[in-house]
Design a protein around this ligand. Structure first.
Ligand SMILES: CCC/C=C/C(=O)SCCNC(=O)CCNC(=O)[C@H](O)C(C)(C)COP(=O)([O-])OP(=O)([O-])OC[C@H]1O[C@@H](n2cnc3c(N)ncnc32)[C@H](O)[C@@H]1OP(=O)([O-])[O-]
Ligand SMILES: NC(=O)C1=CN([C@@H]2O[C@H](COP(=O)(O)OP(=O)(O)OC[C@H]3O[C@@H](n4cnc5c(N)ncnc54)[C@H](OP(=O)(O)O)[C@@H]3O)[C@@H](O)[C@H]2O)C=CC1
Length: 298
């Protein structure tokens, strides 16, 4: 199927997408684009007022000719019962769930040694267990019999995630979960993929880090090969592509949408130290010592 025939207004007419964290940042950009393509969108997250305000704003994305609707449903993805009731409510209201976008998530910054057990669990429960809860309920409630597409938003954790060990571990696990579910659920006609964004600026993402938020995002700029931050509107097109029939042969894949950030150097600074064990004695170490001596003379 050619791209030009797929990406037109009405591509997702009468389809239904559930987007967790759909009221802010990346999630909101995804919902805006899906609505423009005719998709009905359910936005689900914890903060009711913010969710309802976002739904009102998102309605403006709906073309006049479209019958698409946006519905806010409060849900904490960490809570299995709340996820079950989310899926039941969507099926009652819309009768189908074609797409699930697991975008809701996040973390706080902390060196691993200072992370409390509660903080660790909060991040693992949100990003890993929350994603699993949503996948499982949407699959058993609808996609097992009817097919569909699942898209998991993960992160740039390819070189570990110093300063955010909990989220690095959770997102790597979701990368693996994506592959497992792509195979287990293939026979139901369900495709499962992931997107790993680079550093993506939005006001809400920055505010999550309170006072250090502006610094975290500013300091990331030199670490991007693009020498700028991404914005949510640079993630949503990739999401729509992977949900669309243009990606009908893509499953179990993780697409890095990061301007090459994951291939470039990392922000974590390792201070100079002499804590590492000495290299083994021998001609190579001697040659290395000679090299360092001659370097120090320069
Ligand atoms: C930078 C570039 C990359 C950007 C990537 C992005 O994702 S940007 C998008 C970013 N967007 C998001 O991240 C949005 C969503 N993120 C969130 O809602 C939170 O980050 C959450 C996932 C930790 C859940 O939090 P919650 O309050 O619902 O959870 P809770 O009440 O169940 O347990 C909380 C426990 O966690 C701990 N703890 C929490 N904060 C801190 C901290 N600052 N300091 C230290 N510790 C902290 C603490 O132990 C606390 O327990 P306590 O000591 O209070 O008894
Ligand atoms: N911005 C970036 O640089 C990057 C972001 N990401 C990931 O992309 C996703 C979107 O982040 P972004 O838009 O940038 O930041 P935001 O902080 O704007 O979005 C996070 C969203 O997740 C929702 N959320 C958090 N916890 C839960 C929960 N327990 N149940 C339901 N919803 C929840 C929040 O809504 P509410 O508070 O109402 O629950 C919010 O809408 C997140 O998973 C994030 O970690 C990954 C890599 C980089």
């Amino acid at each position: 199927m050619s791209v030009s025939s797929v990406f037109r207004s009405g591509l997702f007419d009468h389809k239904v997408a559930v987007v967790t964290g759909g009221g802010t940042g990346i999630g909101k950009a995804i919902c805006s684009e899906l609505l423009q393509l005719g998709c009905n969108v359910v936005i689900a997250s914890r903060k009711v007022e913010r969710l309802e305000a976002a739904a009102i704003e998102l309605k403006k994305s709906i073309p006049e000719s479209s019958s698409a609707r946006v519905t806010p449903i409060p849900c904490n993805i960490r809570n299995e019962d709340e996820v079950k009731s989310l899926v039941q409510l969507v099926l009652k209201q819309y009768g189908r769930i074609d797409y699930l976008v697991n975008n809701g998530g996040g973390q706080f910054t902390s060196p691993a040694e200072h992370m409390s057990n509660k903080g660790w669990k909060a991040v693992i429960d949100t990003n890993l267990t929350g994603t699993f809860n949503c996948c499982k309920e949407v699959y058993t409630g609808w996609m097992k019999e009817n097919g569909g597409v699942i898209l998991n938003i993960i992160a740039d954790m390819w070189k570990g995630f110093p300063g955010m060990a909990h989220t690095g571990a959770a997102r790597a696990a979701v990368d693996n979960l994506t592959k497992t579910l792509a195979i287990e659920w293939a026979s139901s006609g369900v495709r499962v993929n992931a997107i790993a964004p680079g550093t993506i600026f939005s006001r809400t993402a920055m505010e999550n880090y309170k006072d250090i938020g502006p610094l975290i995002f500013q300091m990331s700029i030199p670490f991007s090969p693009a020498k700028r931050l991404g914005v949510p509107e640079e993630i949503s097109p990739a999401v729509c592509f992977l949900l669309s029939p243009a990606a009908s042969f893509i499953s179990g894949a993780t697409l890095r949408v990061d301007a090459g950030q994951s291939l470039y150097h990392a922000t974590w600074q390792i201070p100079d130290h002499s804590a590492w064990p000495e290299a083994p004695e021998g001609e190579n170490l001697n040659a290395l010592k000679d090299l360092l001596k001659s370097k120090s003379k320069l």
